[in-house]
Design a protein around this ligand. Structure first.
Ligand code: 4AD
Ligand code: MG
Length: 467
């Protein structure tokens, strides 16, 4: 009778010692001597490998020849308490079949440690490494935590479009979407590109954010969130920017900026706690391999209250630091957009905990943010994190129709693009707030990885769209 396959993580949990079990997975290593071979098998369910012990005389040397690193096997045998150290349980092999070989001459993932740069070039195979197995299991868990957090609090998951015809957000350069023949573009009498015959009959792009549509939903469902891919065509080759990244954007009717800050703080803490509670083996691995302070940092973020201060107070601290001799690459003055080095100074050196900065100059923020009475600042909030800098950007929204319209005009946002958005302020407007969390920025924080290309399966960056 064929034995039903067991998942390796279940075997480590249940430890059905003495039972005959079957596992299927990929060979990580094979070692041993003339009499006995030890094969470490991983099936992706956990970072832990299952050790399979093979009596070579019993199975025959030929059977073991194609069992090399990367090959895929199905193994049946008795689960026993391990004789050797290093693992609690192992399988004494009775039957072994190779599903697929991996020629050691050409299989790119041999035992030796590979650099992150090299692994990016073989992104189709890197999930098979311990590191990326851990990262992608964590990525899944963060997505689950996010949905759970919002669902438990009565938020509705709202799907906003990926293709959009408006660029009112101003969050970044957009990628165009077109079915036009680029070799033969129709132009009008002024030489401008004519989109009349294009698929949508007008210029269309990939969205930079689902916020504006999420606001429409919040005015009906009360509390909503989006969780989807967003696209920005900036040419920024940094360890914290992707051209395609995932964003979570809650939007809540009747929330003021203080509620928004509390939601953001509770939200991140929930996700980090989830990782500690559900992904400890993977975190421990990343902690030991890459970042000895990872688990300590995760624990400390959960415990502390985030510091809250205004942009203006932040600038004062930074200006004082400069006066006292601290060097920054970019100049700092009231009105300047903070660079990552400034954000990290506040978080890592000055306060030594996460910081929420509010009330930024209106010139460096979007048209939709609620205007303060000082006429200079808007009710924006950025959450700044150790090692990351900005992890969340959000605001209370301007709910006053006239003020919003005036600001849109000042910032040259065409009415024809946002008539539907303006309608929310014409019909039953309400105070409301929201924010956007960059999913991969959260992943950077939770995994301790240092490059954003290593927390998404197939990164999209300038001049790079392989796989
Ligand atoms: O600050 P941003 O541009 O805010 C918005 O898009 C608002 N519509 C959000 C809202 O209020 N609903 O982006 C939000 C977050 C940033 O804080 C950052 O974590 C992440 O998205 N982000 C990026 N992540 C990776 N690569 C990029 N190029 C990113 N740009 C922004
Ligand atoms: Mg921002």
């Amino acid at each position: 009778m064929e034995i039903k396959r067991s998942i390796i993580s279940d075997l480590f949990k249940i430890k059905p010692i003495g039972e005959k079990v079957n596992i299927k997975g990929w060979v990580r290593t094979k070692r041993g001597n003339k009499q006995v071979a030890f094969i470490a098998i991983n099936d992706g369910s956990t970072i832990k490998n299952m050790q399979v012990v093979v009596d070579i005389a019993k199975l025959g040397e030929e059977t073991l020849k194609p069992v090399t690193t990367g090959a895929c096997l199905t193994v049946t045998g008795q689960l026993v308490a391990s004789q050797g150290g290093g693992q609690e349980i192992e399988i004494q092999c009775e039957e072994l079949t190779v599903y697929g070989t991996a020629d050691p001459q050409t299989y790119p993932l041999q035992k030796k440690g590979h650099t992150m740069e090299y692994l990016r070039e073989i992104a189709h195979l890197r999930p098979r490494t311990n590191t990326f197995g851990a990262v992608f299991r964590l990525r899944h868990n963060m997505a689950i935590a996010i949905h759970k957090f919002f669902h438990e609090r009565g938020f509705y998951y709202f799907h906003t479009p990926i293709i959009t015809a408006s660029d009112c957000e101003g969050a970044g350069q957009m990628f165009q979407v077109t079915t036009m023949n680029l070799a033969d573009i129709k132009r009008d009498e002024n030489g401008a590109v004519s989109y009349d015959d294009d698929f949508f009959g007008k210029q269309a792009s990939l969205t930079v954010s689902g916020q504006l549509e999420a606001e429409l939903a919040a005015m009906a469902l009360g509390a909503v969130y989006t969780f989807g891919p967003t696209f920005r065509a900036e040419n920024s080759n940094t360890p914290r920017h992707l051209a395609e990244f995932w964003m979570i954007e809650p939007e809540v009717a009747f929330n003021e900026i203080e509620d928004n800050m509390q939601l953001a703080e509770d939200f991140i803490k929930y996700c980090v706690q989830w990782a500690l509670d559900n992904c400890y083996d993977d975190l421990k691995f990343l902690n030991d391999m890459f970042d000895k302070e990872l688990i300590e940092r995760l624990n400390s973020v959960i415990k502390v209250d985030f510091v809250r201060l205004t942009y203006t107070q932040g600038i004062e601290i930074l200006e004082k630091a400069v006066k006292d001799g601290r060097k920054f690459e970019f100049p700092i003055y009231w009105g300047a957009d903070l660079a990552a080095e400034h954000e990290r100074y506040l978080v890592e050196e000055h306060f030594k905990r996460p910081v929420i900065l509010t009330d930024y100059p209106k010139e460096i923020k979007s048209f939709y943010m609620k205007q303060n009475d000082d006429g200079k600042t808007v009710r924006a909030m950025d959450v700044l994190f150790p090692k990351i800098g900005e992890i969340i950007g959000g605001s209370q929204r301007e709910e006053d129709y006239d003020k919003l319209l005036r600001r849109a005009d000042e910032m040259h946002v065409p009415h024809k693009d946002i008539w539907w958005y303006l309608d929310t302020r014409r019909f039953g407007t309400a105070p409301h707030s929201g924010f956007g969390l960059g999913f991969e920025r959260l992943m950077l924080f939770v995994t301790g990885m240092s490059n954003i290309r290593d927390v998404i399966p197939f990164p999209r960056t300038p001049r790079n769209a392989e796989f």
